[in-house]
Structures are given as C-alpha cells and as structure tokens.
Design a protein around this ligand. Structure first.
Ligand SMILES: Nc1nc2c(ncn2[C@@H]2O[C@H](COP(=O)(O)OP(=O)(O)OP(=O)(O)O)[C@@H](O)[C@H]2O)c(=O)[nH]1
Ligand SMILES: [Mg+2]
Length: 291
C-alpha cells in the first residue's frame, strides 16, 4: 500500500461531532434505523454503534439491495435473524419497495400507539433516527419515505453534513445524520470493500490496489459476469486459482481501450472505469462478502 496515502484521515472531526450529536438525540427518538450496504453488510457496519445505541430498538437496513446478489442478501438476512437482529433489504431509490420497512417500523412501535389510544392521548409520529456509514443511502431512504427530495443525496461519501428532521405522513418523523466511520477501520479487506463501494473517498487508498483486489474477488465469485462485461475468453467457469491476475487485468484494460503509448495497458484508467462499473451495477448484481 502506498505509504503517502495511509495517513489520510477517514475519521475527520465532523464525524466525532456527529457521534456526540447522535448520542444526544438518542433520548428523543423511539428507534434507530441503521443502514449498511447490501454488497458489503459486514464491512459497512460501524462497530462503535452498538455501544452508542445501547438497547434502543433498531432495524438494520441492507440498502442498495438492487445492486447486490439476491442469494447472498437472503443469506445475510438469515444470518441476522439467527442473531435476533431485525433486518430488511431495501431499494431505497424505489419508494414503493419501502412499504415492508414502513410496516416493520410501525409494528415495532405498535405497543406505544396502543397505549396512547388507550389513554385517549394524541398519537404522535414515531421518531426514527437514521444512522450508518457514509454513502449507504440514509438520505435517499428518508427522501423516499417522506416522498420529498428534501435531503441532498450524492454518489460520494460525506454528502450530509448536518442532522435534520423530515416528516413521512402523519406516522413517522425521520432524523437524517451524516455518515460516520470509526477511527481504526481494521482489516485491509474492510478498507478495500469500503473504498470499492464508495464509502470512503477514492484518495484514501491506491485505486489500483482497490480495483485489483476487487477484480480478483469477482473473477473468483462471479466469473461469468466478469467474462461477459470485459470479454475475457480466458476465464472459464471453473476458476483457476493460478490464472495470473495481472494478465487478466491487462487483458480487460486493453479490451476496454485503456492503453498507454506503446500499447501497454493503462491500469490506473482501467481501475477507475472498473470501480465505476462496479458501483453503478453495470457488471451485474454482486456481493463482496458472505456471512
Ligand atoms: N442503486 C441504488 N442506489 C442507491 C440506493 N440508495 C441510495 N443510492 C445511491 O447512493 C448514493 C448515496 O446515497 P445517499 O442517500 O446520499 O447516502 P447517505 O448515506 O445519505 O450518504 P452520506 O450523507 O454521505 O452519509 C446516491 O447516489 C444514491 O442515489 C439504492 O437503494 N439503490
Ligand atoms: Mg446523507
């Protein structure tokens, strides 16, 4: 890994501040939605949230499920069920697909609604704080649930900078929060996954390393998708562990017209193109880690 890049801080001051704000707001909300990326459900969960959120009722949303491999998503949902964690896969860009989530939120708070009714009190909206790492679709989810484009969204980390409330009908109030990482990201594969899906900025890790390792993973797990996208006849269904990755990457780069003078493959340009393909779903529906 390039020495000069490892010192870039992915836990800037505003994240520490957000954690403090989240702690303050926790007392005011009925429950929490934690978003993670369905393509990397393990790498995209902030381990520090467990401590911060304590026993507050929580739903884990596996967002961007439209980009993830449906079979893997089903396995992840089974995994969370075994751990007694309420989890649901969502395509937040699609408003109608969020109905099951809305019902889940209401059913988790039904006892409060019933109690208010019993006492003849006004039923107030359920207050939900939405938290998660950057670029996991928090603001998109809130916009879809509220039917308004109030929150700014963007395909890069760190778009939301302040907490803000939105209303979803008479039933829900949703608190959007800036994405928060944790100071020590741990294993290299976590960092690679976070970079590949755009949860940390491209400047933080060498793009060739991120693309190369992801490419290798996809050749292993989804050989047909890679073969189709990059027209690589050398890949067959029984992936040969000994297939030289460098050669495959260079072939793919050439096929996509990423060339330097003298006919050498331009791997930096291909890395950007490949990560763009991966993030936008053009390679196909893929999941980078299994339970
Ligand atoms: N395909 C797909 N894209 C999504 C989905 N949800 C969000 N996105 C896209 O993901 C990108 C990030 O979405 P945001 O809602 O800004 O993410 P965020 O978690 O609020 O990000 P921060 O504010 O930076 O923490 C945007 O380009 C969205 O359009 C989804 O369910 N499917
Ligand atoms: Mg946001």
């Amino acid at each position: 890994m390039a020495e000069n890049k490892t010192n870039i801080n992915w836990f800037p001051g505003h994240m520490a501040k957000t954690l403090r704000l989240m702690k303050d707001q926790l007392k005011l909300v009925d429950m929490v939605i934690e978003t993670c990326d369905a393509r990397i459900p393990e790498s995209s969960r902030n381990p520090e949230l467990d401590n911060l959120l304590g026993q507050k009722p929580r739903i884990l949303v596996l967002s961007k499920a439209d980009l993830a491999d449906p079979q893997s998503t089903a396995k992840w949902l089974d995994h969370y069920q075994e751990k007694n964690l309420e989890a649901i896969a969502c395509e937040s860009i699609n408003r109608r697909s969020l109905e099951p989530l809305r019902r889940m939120i209401i059913s988790m708070n039904q006892h409060k609604i019933d109690k208010a009714k019993e006492k003849g009190r006004l039923i107030r909206p359920i207050r939900v704080m939405v938290v998660g790492i950057p670029n996991t679709g928090k603001s998109t989810l809130i916009n879809s649930l509220s039917g308004r484009k109030a929150a700014i969204v963007g395909d890069r980390p760190g778009v939301t900078r302040h907490i803000s409330w939105s209303r979803s009908g008479s039933e829900l109030e949703l608190l959007d929060t800036p994405g928060v990482l944790w100071p020590r990201l741990g294993e290299n594969r976590f960092k690679i996954n976070l970079a590949a899906t755009g949860a940390i900025k491209d400047e933080i890790l060498p793009i060739e390393e991120v693309a190369g390792l992801c490419f290798l993973g996809l050749v292993r797990d989804y050989p047909q998708l890679i073969k189709d996208r990059y027209k690589l006849e050398t890949i067959n269904d029984e992936f040969d562990e000994l297939l030289p990755l460098d050669q495959l990457l260079e072939d793919a780069a050439r096929k996509r017209g990423c060339l330097l003078s003298g006919g050498r493959a331009d791997l930096t340009r291909f890395s950007k193109l490949f990560l763009d393909d991966l993030r936008s779903g053009r390679i196909g529906r893929i999941t980078l880690e299994r339970p």
